[in-house]
Design a protein around this ligand. Sequence first.
Ligand SMILES: *Cc1c(COP(=O)(O)O)cnc(C)c1O
Length: 354
Amino acid sequence: MYYPRIEVDLSKIKHNTEVLVSLCKKYGIDVAGVTKSFCGHPDIARAIVEGGVKYLADSRIENLIKLKDIEIPKILLRLPMISEAEEVVEYADISLNSELETIKALSKASVAKGIIHNIILMFDLGDLREGYFKEEDLFNDIEKIIELEGIKIIGIGTNLTCYGGVIPREENLGRLVDLANKIREKYNLELEIVSGGNSSSLHLLIDNKKVDGINLLRLGESIILGGETAFGNRIENTYNDAFQLVVEIIEIKEKPSVPIGEIGRDAFGKVPTFVDKGIRKRIICAIGKQDIEFDSIIPVDEGISVLGGSSDHLILDGTDSINNYRVGDKVRFKLTYGGILRAMTSEYVKKQII
Ligand SMILES: *Cc1c(COP(=O)(O)O)cnc(C)c1O
């Protein structure tokens, strides 16, 4: 067995997916399972497919390529780069778009392949990340996109609570639905998908506030961690520990809590500060900032606290633990979203599917 490793419990992931798919189904909403936090690992993606999602979705085309053998429609979430247009139409059935030049490149690539590429046009309701901001610009582009070969507009969508922290509400999502209806009328388009955001939109369903007309959510964090992300509340009957980090102890010593000598900068150029708690049992583990942010790991042993560390070392305070740790023992952590993302991305952290 190699350490550090991240353990992924597929039965918990599948269970979380089932809970969310059935919640959404009650409101006539389909789910796209978002795979980017775990770099599109195919085994984990399969558990999500078994949980009942209608699509898989990822920000990066490299991850969708890893999923090419899973028979389910795939959505590229990040606006495509013009330079990757050929891969996009090859490996994504649907992409999210907001730039005419990019859509023209996708058109050219799909005509060359003799296929139709489906697009969802993104509209920005105020979070200020991607999407058309003025309805007029959207309408002008739609008129041109309709003329393009190899491209079909199948829906509109929005993204909230990502950059600006804007909460999805009946008001802002209602505006998206109104916009969809306007487009349907004006251009005689079916527009089968109206995608009302990510895990931050779930609080509406949990509070029984249906937004008529929204029929797709793109869910990542809620599936992997069992929480809604507008207010950070847990979702009933889900797991938050499907991903666990396991690291090995390489040193345990009683040492003071304040360094001795003149304090300069640490390994990352910051001047550190310390609270004097006297002599403490300090535990060093073999993982570091190259693999993980220290504020993204939550010790399963509540008697342990995270002191900090450097690129390759994690320092814990084990004084208050009831466990008598020894060198070579393993310490377990639950992870935040950022923690899962970083650990899954680090080539030094082994991935163990259980
Ligand atoms: C990452 C992402 C999602 C998923 O967000 P979660 O908060 O993890 O549910 C949905 N849509 C887009 C466009 C994204 O980039």
